[in-house]
Design a protein around this ligand. Structure first.
Ligand SMILES: *Cc1c(COP(=O)(O)O)cnc(C)c1O
Length: 451
C-alpha cells in the first residue's frame, strides 16, 4: 500500500500565528491579579514575561506576524508532514479516513519547540539573560533548553521530582543542551523549602515546580519565566500546526469532520483545532472538536470551571479554567502524562461555549491504542498522544458501526522514544486503570479561591 503524505515547501510555513480571541463569540473572562482581584495589566506581568509575549497574551488581533528569526529556526523541521493513516484504517476495517499531523519530527520530539523558539527569541531580544521554567516528564524542559541554546540564553528547569528520578534520559537531554535541571520541590526557593518542611518526601507536581520557577523569575531582574502550555500566547504559537493542516487537507481535497487532540494544558489541541474553529466562526464549514484527557486527571470532564491559581504556592494570577484544584498531586501509577491540575483558559472557554467536546479515557485503552498505532503506522506515539489516537480509534469504530465515511484528523503531538518504560510496564501488565475519585474533586472544589 502506498504511503500518502502531504508535504509543504518552506515558503508555505505560515507567516502569521492565528489568534482565536479575535473570533470568539464571547470574550474570554479576564485573568485577575491574585492580590487585588482586578483584571491583570501588562505592568503586573512585566516581572515574569518578555514584553512581546505579554502583548500577545492580551491581544485580540486575529493575525500576529511570526518574526523572521523565529521562522528561520522553525524551518529546520517545519512544515511537518500530514499522513493518511491508510494501514491503521485497514486494520480497523473502517470506512473513515484518518489523517495524522506528525509533530514528532522536531529536535526534541514533540510540538513544544513551536513555542519554545519564539519564547526564547523574544526574551533574548529584550536583553534577558536567563529563563526559569518547570517541566513534568521533561518534554517542555528539553524543548526550552534546546531553544535557549539556539539563542544563547541560560535555562533553569525545575523538574517534578518523581520524573527527575524516573526519567534520566530527558534530564540528560537538558544537560546536553546546557540547561540546569533541579529536582522539585527543592531547597533553592522559599516555596520549595516550605513544601519540604511540611512533607520531606514530597514527590512534586507541576503546580509546585511552577511556584519555584515563578519565584526565581520574580526575584531576579535578569530572569524571566516561560510556560510550555496553558497561556494564550503559547496556544497562539502552536497554531502553525492547524494552519499547515488547512493547506495540507486542501491538497488532499478533504476537510475534517472531527479533529482530535490530547489535552494536558491544552496547547497541542488548540494548535491543531483553533485555525479550523476560526474558519467555522467566520462562517466556514462546521467541524467537531474533541479534547481528550486521562481519567486519572479529568480536568475538563470533572473539574469545575472556576477561578484558580496556576501553581501550588499561589504566586500566579487567577485564571478562569477547568481545574482540579491547585493542590492536585497526580497518582504515582498513572503513566500517560497530561497531569496538570488546570487547563488553558481559552480551551476551557471554548468547551464552556459548546464549541468543543471533551472526553476522558483510561490508560489501558490509551496504551492499547498506542500499540495498535505503532503496529499499523510504525510510529510509537508519546503516552500523551495515545489519548488522541484512542479517541480517533473510537471515532473510526463508530463510523464503521454507522457506515459513515467521515474524515478524522488527529494531532500526533510527539514520539514515545523516551517513554518506553511506560510501554514496558504496559506490556508487562503492570499498569491499571484509575479514575480520579469524586471525593477528591469535591475536596478540591471546596478549596477554590472565592472570586
Ligand atoms: C507537553 C505535552 C503534551 C501536553 O501539553 P498540551 O499543552 O496539552 O499540548 C501532550 N503531548 C506531548 C507529546 C507533550 O510533550
Amino acid at each position: 500500500m502506498n504511503v500518502i503524505k502531504y508535504l509543504l515547501s518552506d515558503e508555505e510555513l505560515p507567516a502569521h500565528w492565528y489568534n482565536l480571541a479575535a473570533d470568539l463569540p464571547e470574550a474570554l473572562p479576564p485573568t485577575l491579579h491574585p492580590g487585588t482581584r482586578e483584571p491583570i495589566t501588562s505592568e503586573d506581568l512585566a516581572p515574569l514575561f518578555a514584553q512581546a509575549l505579554i502583548e500577545q497574551e492580551l491581544s485580540t488581533e486575529r493575525w500576529i506576524e511570526i518574526p523572521e528569526e523565529v521562522r528561520r529556526v522553525l524551518l529546520q523541521w517545519r512544515c511537518t508532514p500530514l499522513y493518511r493513516a491508510r494501514r491503521l484504517e485497514e486494520a480497523l476495517d473502517t470506512p473513515a479516513k484518518i489523517y495524522y499531523k506528525w509533530e514528532g519530527v522536531s529536535p526534541s520530539g514533540s510540538h513544544k519547540p513551536n513555542t519554545a523558539v519564539p519564547q526564547a527569541f523574544y526574551n533574548q531580544r529584550e536583553g534577558i539573560r536567563r529563563i526559569a521554567t518547570e517541566t513534568g516528564a521533561g518534554q517542555w524542559g528539553s524543548s526550552l533548553a534546546m531553544a535557549c541554546s539556539v539563542f544563547g540564553l541560560e535555562c533553569l528547569v525545575y523538574m517534578v521530582k518523581v520524573s527527575f528520578n524516573q526519567k534520566p534520559y530527558r534530564r540528560a537531554l537538558m544537560d546536553a543542551y546546557g540547561a540546569t535541571c533541579v529536582a522539585s520541590p527543592s531547597d533553592t526557593t522559599q516555596s520549595g523549602r516550605e513544601i519540604l518542611r511540611n512533607d520531606p518526601d514530597c514527590t512534586g507536581s507541576l503546580g509546585i515546580a511552577i511556584s519555584e520557577a515563578v519565584e526565581v523569575a520574580a526575584s531576579n531582574d535578569d530572569t524571566r519565566y516561560c510556560l510550555g502550555s496553558v497561556l494564550n500566547h503559547v496556544l497562539l504559537h502552536q497554531t502553525v500546526i492547524g494552519l499547515e493542516c488547512l493547506k495540507q487537507l486542501e491538497m488532499a481535497g478533504d476537510y475534517p469532520d472531527v479533529i482530535v487532540g490530547c489535552t494536558g494544558g491544552g496547547s497541542n489541541y488548540a494548535g491543531i483545532c483553533f485555525p479550523f474553529l476560526g474558519e467555522k466562526l467566520r462562517g466556514g464549514r462546521d467541524v467537531r472538536l474533541l479534547a481528550v484527557e486521562p481519567s486519572a486527571c479529568p480536568t475538563l470532564t470533572k473539574g469545575p470551571l472556576a477561578y484558580d491559581y496556576g501553581d501550588t504556592a499561589h504566586l500566579t494570577p487567577l485564571v478562569k479554567m477547568h481545574t482540579l484544584g491547585s493542590g492536585f498531586v497526580p497518582a504515582g501509577f498513572h503513566s500517560g502524562g497530561l497531569r496538570y491540575h488546570g487547563m488553558a483558559p481559552m480551551v476551557s472557554h471554548v468547551i464552556n461555549l459548546g464549541l468543543s467536546q471533551a472526553l476522558a479515557i483510561n490508560q489501558l485503552e490509551c496504551f492499547d491504542a498506542g500499540i495498535r498505532f505503532a503496529r499499523a503506522e510504525g510510529i510509537i506515539p508519546a503516552p500523551e498522544a495515545t489519548h488522541a489516537v484512542a479517541a480517533a480509534i473510537q471515532e473510526a469504530e463508530r463510523c464503521k458501526r454507522e457506515d459513515r465515511r467521515e474524515t478524522i484528523l488527529v494531532n500526533l503531538c510527539g514520539h514515545g522514544h523516551f517513554d518506553m518504560q511506560a510501554y514496558i510496564d504496559y506490556q508487562a501488565g503492570k499498569l491499571k486503570d484509575y479514575a480520579y475519585p469524586d471525593e477528591e474533586i469535591a475536596l478540591a472544589l471546596s478549596g477554590l479561591p472565592s472570586v
